[in-house]
Ligand binder design. Structure first.
Ligand code: SAM
Length: 207
């Protein structure tokens, strides 16, 4: 985890530009819509980075808690969202700095593939949801781009949608669906290989 944190600290100042090359705004439009975020919704954005999802949730009138393991990312997001209804908290996806049932919605874009224990991370996100709250995860489908492990510290080469659906169910969520964002993640390797990895959207509701 220290290496992952060091990587994201190092790229924090360039993350917005990197992210624009990787994927577009369709990802956050899909996530905000699936989570049914509106005025007064309390949202946790796990692995917030520079606030890609957090900003869209704020624009939908939510109150947002952004969580990240990288202090570099947290510095960026604090500066970007200063003056808005946003709180940055340092923490890890498998031990979230959130009370039980603290939020109405948990969003997590492109962080699950960095999690040491993805099913455990999902259980932890569900713990933070109120009854009736919604978890929305957007992340990479299974792929074969091994270079992402070394160049971008990806721990998992995406996920099988059936596994994600099972982990959501095992974490106690209902009305689970895993579908397309119709968006693609397109990083380029140091030697010029360009990936095109589809991005899924998983949604479930805490009973
Ligand atoms: C690929 S970036 C995505 C950032 C943001 N969600 C976005 O869509 O632009 C992954 C983010 O997750 C954070 N991260 C990685 N591992 C983490 C962990 N175990 N716990 C919390 N955050 C983590 C990184 O610091 C980084 O900000």
């Amino acid at each position: 985890m220290d290496e992952t944190r060091a990587y994201f600290d190092a790229v924090a100042g360039q993350w917005d530009e990197m992210r624009r090359q990787f994927f577009g705004d369709g990802v956050r439009r899909a996530a905000i819509s699936a989570a049914r975020i509106g005025s007064g919704t309390v949202v946790a954005d796990v692995g917030t980075g520079t606030g890609f999802l957090a900003e869209a949730a704020l624009d939908a009138d939510a109150r947002v808690i952004g969580i990240d393991v990288s202090e570099g990312m947290l510095d960026q997001v604090r500066a970007r969202l200063a003056g808005r209804d946003f709180e940055a908290r340092a923490g890890e996806v498998d031990a979230l700095p959130l009370a039980d049932g603290e939020v109405d919605a948990v969003l997590a874009n492109m962080v699950l593939h960095h999690a040491p224990d993805p099913p455990g991370a999902i259980r932890e996100m569900v713990r933070a949801l109120k009854a009736g709250g919604t978890l929305v995860i957007t992340d990479a489908d299974t792929h074969t781009h091994e270079w992402l492990r070394t160049e971008q510290h990806d721990r998992w080469l995406g996920f099988d949608r059936a596994d994600i659906a099972r982990w959501f169910g095992e974490a106690g969520l209902e009305d689970v669906s895993v579908g397309d964002t119709h968006e693609v993640c397109s990083p380029t390797s140091e030697c010029g290989t360009k990936a095109a990895i589809t991005i899924f959207l998983a949604r479930g509701r805490r009973p």
